[in-house]
Ligand binder design. Structure first.
Ligand code: SAM
Length: 265
């Protein structure tokens, strides 16, 4: 892991968050990107997810998969290892560089491109059987028009019969001030304490306190699960299924993440 090379986030007040937060690349400074794999813990994340995504994709007979929020490459790499024909994309140059490094380090080679979802078509050619947008990434878009544009772009690159899998933290519970994280899913590392510094209907600010005493903040839009399902239907998806922590039947007050599986006719 390299030393921080760019500015750090020093807890701006929520009032300043709007404009800064929309700059997702500015939020993923080296200081945080270089620690992402520490936050995730690939082995523990794999144990939490089991084969949930692989099974969904196999059931749908998906072959070509586009990971549009690759981050450091966890899903792109694990899906490539399972034999899927993977393309990785991410809007952050630093994140996609980590995807390439993590793939190469495991002897894998697949396309990895820097692409903002809202201009996906400019960077991604061809059609895919599935698009995955995981790790609570979509909430980086604060404007509804941007969320609609991103979902429309994901829809566009899907083959007929294709599937979009998109997830988010359980903001239904977080907005009711019921944040708790089991630590079993997605962000499983033990080197940072994650808490909510602020939440209202427009902004959720996560605070990452690292073991070395440093603190980082990440601002996102706290999307509700029914809000996203409605957007998916508006986008043109035929059906949308919701899962809580990988279970079809779940208690919305008890799960860490909500996963939406949308199918295109
Ligand atoms: N999927 C990875 C994971 O689960 O570890 C990364 C999740 S991280 C919370 C969110 C990712 O979404 C970041 O890598 C960020 O660069 C990317 N992202 C945010 N907004 C984006 C946008 N408008 N276009 C493309 N990527 C974006």
């Amino acid at each position: 892991m390299t030393q921080p090379t760019t500015r750090t986030s020093d807890a701006p007040g929520p009032a300043r968050a709007g404009r800064d937060a929309e700059d997702f690349e500015g939020q993923y400074v080296s200081k945080l990107v270089d620690r992402w794999d520490q936050l995730i813990d690939w082995d523990r994340r794999g144990a939490g997810e089991q084969d949930f995504f692989v099974e969904l994709l196999r059931e749908a007979e998906a072959r070509r998969v586009l990971d549009v929020a690759a981050g450091t490459g966890y899903h792109a790499v694990t899906l490539a290892q399972q034999g899927f024909d993977v393309t990785a994309a991410d809007g952050s140059a630093e994140m996609i560089a980590w995807t390439r490094r993590n793939a190469e380090g495991r002897g894998l080679s697949f396309p990895a491109v820097q692409a903002d979802w809202r201009r996906l078509g400019e960077h991604i050619g061809g059609r895919y059987d599935a698009v995955v947008c995981l790790g609570s990434s979509l909430p980086h878009l604060f404007q509804e028009a941007d969320r609609r544009a991103a979902l429309a772009a994901f829809y566009e690159v899907l083959n007929p019969g294709g599937m979009l899998i998109v997830d988010h933290r359980n903001f239904d519970a977080i907005r009711r001030h019921r944040y708790s994280s089991s630590g079993n899913y997605y962000y499983c590392g033990t080197g940072a304490n994650v808490s909510i510094a602020h939440v209202d209907g427009r902004l959720c600010r996560f605070q990452y306190d690292f073991a070395d005493g440093s603190t980082h903040h990440l601002d996102v839009y706290p999307i509700l699960s029914d809000e996203l399902s409605a957007l998916l239907i508006d986008t043109g998806f035929d059906t949308v299924q919701q899962f809580g922590d990988f279970q079809e039947s779940y208690d919305i007050d008890a799960v860490d993440f909500v996963i939406h599986v949308a199918r295109k006719q």
